[in-house]
Every structure is written in C-alpha cells, then in structure tokens.
Design a protein around this ligand. Sequence first.
Ligand SMILES: [Zn+2]
Length: 270
Amino acid sequence: MRYINLDKLRMPDGWNSRSDAAAIAVAAGSSPDDYSSVWRELKPSMAVLSDSKCWYCESSIDRDDNAVDHFRPKNRVFDAINPHQGYRWLAFSKSNFRLACTFCNSRRIDIAFGTAGGKADRFPLLDESKRVYANGPIEGEKPELLDPCQIEDCELLGCQQENGRPCAASEATIEKRRAITSIEIYHLDRDPTCKRRHSIAVGLISDILDAKRLFELSQSDDDKKQDFVKVAKRIQCLIDRDAIYSGEMKYLLRGQRSERHPWMQKLLEA
Ligand SMILES: [Zn+2]
C-alpha cells in the first residue's frame, strides 16, 4: 500500500457544482447511486495519482476494471451495531473516494483457493461506540481498515518473502489487528495476487543478494562499483511508487537492512 495524497487530485471543470447538486438531491431523499456519474467522472484523475494501480492492493488495473470505492460506505454499513443507512452525506465528498480493483471492491469468494474478501459495505471501527450515524463530524471514528490516504497506515502492511502472502508489518496489538482485518476485507490474500507478489519478491531478494555481494567487492575493487550501481537501480525500480506491490517490496527491503549495507536505507529514503 502506498500513500495517496488526495489534495493532488485534479478536478474536472464544474465538478464541484455537479457534486453539490447531487448531494442536495440525496439529502432530499434520492439514492446516491442515481448520481454515480459524479464519482465515476473522477476515475481517470484518481488513476493518475496511483499510476493506474489499485489504491488498496497495488495491482495494476485497466480502465474498465476499476471502481470508485466509498471508504465509508454510502448505502449500508455491514459492521454497524445498529441499522445504518450509509454515510450518504459523504457520497460525493472526494475525501471519501478510493480507487479500487474489482477484487478489493466487490465481495467475492475464491472457491479454488479457499479465500473470500472484497470490501463492499464493510467498514469496521476500532471502537464501535464512536460510530457516526447522521451527518456530523467523523473525526472521532477510528477505522479498523488501513487507509491508503493516511500516510502512517501504509507501512503497516508487509508480505512474506517465501510465498508473497500479505502480513502485518507491526507486532503492536492495534496495528497488527488493523493489518489482519484489512488483508481479509480487501482480499489481499487472493491466491493469484499472492503469486504475482511472490514472483516480484523472488526477483527483489535475488537482486538484494547480488547487490550485497557487489557492494562488498566494490569496497576494494573500483571495477565492481558500476555493477553494484546497476543492480541497485533495479532494486530502486521495484520499490518506486509506480511499481506494483512496491509497498510490500519496501517492507522486504527494510527487513534486509544492516550496518554493513547503508545503501539500502539510502534507497528507501530516495
Ligand atoms: Zn485491489
């Protein structure tokens, strides 16, 4: 997961007035879905912010296979302890929009591999008693799901080097719970996704081992410096924000750091 800065979203001409009109109609009783063209209009600009990757899982998505997910669901909230009509007042608020692939956004069951997930109308809170049911401040709610629009959430997800399966990056109780819930609800453990993530991880780890060897040789042999730089650049490409699963690849690189290899920290900070 990589941080998405929604402030950088380029709005189409006149979008704010179309969104205001839709919000007024919904407040008067219309269904948000009758005005879905308002949020769908933002899909191209949202894709620019993530280099056409899903904001939740970082898989690349083509133009016809993405959706604008409402982080706070707009019609119904499965996890609310009392009947919830959805955060309808946020249905046209850009701060509530996340670009998602079909697998993260829609509920699906993968019978062949025994996994199920997809966000749909899920939105669990760490403290359900703080749930907001009607138009009002939402800052008291602490979402259990990791949010790509919160910079500190993005480093809480990792993946296992040996099989590409997602995992919690932190052992702290709350952070771990949030990662595990997100893995399930965003369906990040879907088998084909794990396989793709794993194949990239295999290449990354092999490059890291190569780079370590070349870095050590380059300390006494100038001729090895260029070879080291070449491999380091390949690693850089795998953790760049335009690369698929780059958040998890950064996690794997962080795990390989050592005092003898300060170049890894430099790549992570670049
Ligand atoms: Zn996704």
